[in-house]
Ligand binder design. Structure first.
Ligand code: PGA
Length: 238
């Protein structure tokens, strides 16, 4: 069971260090894995904050090239050198706003895994796709692109994040999550996280689904109390 907090564009270095220190003191990691995913500039500070605890630090993206003319990008080797454990790849906000495609998600995943990092690769349908009964088709296509590139790698985790549930307060029902996770697992048998408006209140029922192996948390990961509450819910079902 992995609970990962995706901070998105929140928390600079000072806040990251403080938050991670407080989180490390508040969270019980026995039987589960806990990770935070700060912006690039806050990774080193977050690592200082979690030092001495089992809380892991992941980046929010990673480039596929080792070096080169790729302004604004960061390589897997650079992340490994800083000491992060892994990276999120292909979050729907990157697909939606920064031109991420199934192909770039596959390339980023491949490079990160080759460098020894763990990867949380994100998939998920939009509301229009769900309304158009295209959930299975979309999940199969997105997951197959990752599976074709890296297979069921030991350091790979997939996150199912229905786009309509992200930051909306609208969560997939436990049945919808379970159904989607089963489709993904049929193609790629790795741990599968659910993401989209996860909170301490709805975490127990979502995490209790047989194919839900953890959560990728956005908004509720920005406060120690709410994030630690989700981690406690994970411990209860782990
Ligand atoms: P949310 O974000 O928990 O705020 O819905 C989840 C995510 O985007 O990873």
């Amino acid at each position: 069971m992995l609970i990962a907090g995706n901070w998105k564009l929140f928390k600079g270095p000072r806040e990251a260090r403080e938050f991670c220190g407080a989180l490390a003191a508040a969270v019980d990691t026995s039987g589960i894995e806990v990770a935070v995913c700060p912006p690039f500039v806050s990774l080193a500070a977050a690592l200082e904050g979690v030092r001495g605890s089992a809380v892991q630090v992941f980046a929010q993206s990673v480039h596929w090239a080792e070096t080169g003319a790729f302004t604004g990008e960061v390589s897997a080797a650079m992340l490994a050198e800083v000491g992060v454990a892994g990276a999120i790849v292909g979050h729907s906000e990157r697909r939606q706003y920064f031109g991420e495609t199934d192909e770039t998600v596959a390339r980023r995943s491949e490079a990160a895994l080759a460098a020894g990092l763990r990867v949380i690769a994100c998939v998920g349908e939009t509301l229009a796709e769900r309304d158009g009964s295209r959930v299975e088709e979309v999940l199969r296509r997105q997951t197959a692109a990752i599976a074709d590139a890296v297979g069921p790698h030991a350091n790979l985790v997939v996150a199912y994040e229905p786009v309509w549930a992200i930051g909306t307060g609208r969560t997939a029902s436990p049945e919808q999550a379970q159904e989607a996770h089963a489709i993904i697992r049929d193609i790629l048998d790795v741990p599968i996280l659910y993401g989209g408006s996860v909170k301490a209140e709805n975490a127990p029922v979502l995490l209790a689904q047989p194919d839900v192996d953890g959560a990728l948390v956005g908004g509720a990961a920005l406060e120690v109390t709410s994030f630690a509450g989700i981690c406690a819910a994970a411990r209860a079902v782990a």
